[in-house]
Design a protein around this ligand. Sequence first.
Ligand SMILES: NC(=O)c1ccc[n+]([C@@H]2O[C@H](COP(=O)([O-])OP(=O)(O)OC[C@H]3O[C@@H](n4cnc5c(N)ncnc54)[C@H](OP(=O)(O)O)[C@@H]3O)[C@@H](O)[C@H]2O)c1
Length: 335
Amino acid sequence: MDKIRIALIGYGNVGKAFADMLLRRADYIRDTFGTEPVITAICTASRGACIRPEGIDTKNLTDDMFDSGIDAFGVIDSGEYDVMVELTPINIMTGMPATDHVRKALQLGKHVITANKGPIAWHYRELRDLAKEKGVCFCYEATVMDGVPVYNLAQKTLMGCKITEISGILNATTNFILSEMERGVSFDDAVEEGRRQGFVEADASMDIDGWDASAKLTALMNVLMDEEITPMDIRRTGIGGVTPEDIRAAKAQGKWIKLLCRGWIEDGKPVGVVEPTLVDEGSLATTMEGTASYVTINTDLMGGVTVVEEPFEPEIDHTAYGVLSDLIRILTDRR
Ligand SMILES: NC(=O)c1ccc[n+]([C@@H]2O[C@H](COP(=O)([O-])OP(=O)(O)OC[C@H]3O[C@@H](n4cnc5c(N)ncnc54)[C@H](OP(=O)(O)O)[C@@H]3O)[C@@H](O)[C@H]2O)c1
């Protein structure tokens, strides 16, 4: 049987969840595409890499299978894969080293999937054009709203529509904190509760200061509106300055405070804004409780189309599915 060989650059929460989901859907891939999916390389920062051209049994992966002398570029150069999956931590300020990983794999004529939004927020157009030149797929569904089909929705099912505006709640952590504050919980206690539940990081500043939301809005504008901006171009205000008094004052006017993202074109130039915004009680934004998120894509021919990501357990499966759906897209395209 034909094989599709996969190299995972990064094997943390998402990498492990994806490897597990791939096992659960291997029969489906074999039956639908006549292809055997095999993970042939796994790379980490601390342990180095494990490369096995015959395939890795991820259920029985042990430290002694890793070679500490091989790094991400060693794996990418090895060529023992058809699809490189970029799953290293994001550097929102530079998009590196993920962009270099993606660029190198594309230059070698490999398909690339990334859940890391850095490359899309910083170098999307260059990487898209490189993939086209090499005749390979460059997929990134998990970079915004995990496996919810945002890019696929626009690229595959809203074909012919021009996207005029993108808006929504794109950061789960800040939405959780603001939802808790609506219930009378203090900012610090809400952050602590998020940490206890495992989705607020030790250093939550990238979320609280609006950087994560800005990177996601940038990624959406670059891909769906064909812009060439970076997170630095977004007018950004985080939620650190939102006080219980602000929430109470908003409530008195029948409003809630939400961290809204909005991107549009003005006088031919892209404008992106992330800021705490007053929204009417009962509006779509106020129905996003806890870690829920949504995006509305406004188009010239179809008006607004909205997708919602509802909380789900285990949450990491949403992201893993985003990566799996990209793999299936590659298999579909090469049929
Ligand atoms: N977690 C989510 O819910 C989620 C959702 C959407 C998108 N994402 C994105 O998906 C990516 C992965 O997230 P995650 O939660 O899986 O992160 P994670 O748990 O921190 O895992 C990151 C992995 O990358 C490895 N790594 C770090 N630097 C590396 C390098 N230079 N070369 C090779 N490997 C390197 C780490 O090695 P060690 O094992 O040695 O530390 C680890 O295995 C991130 O970009 C994140 O923004 C995550």
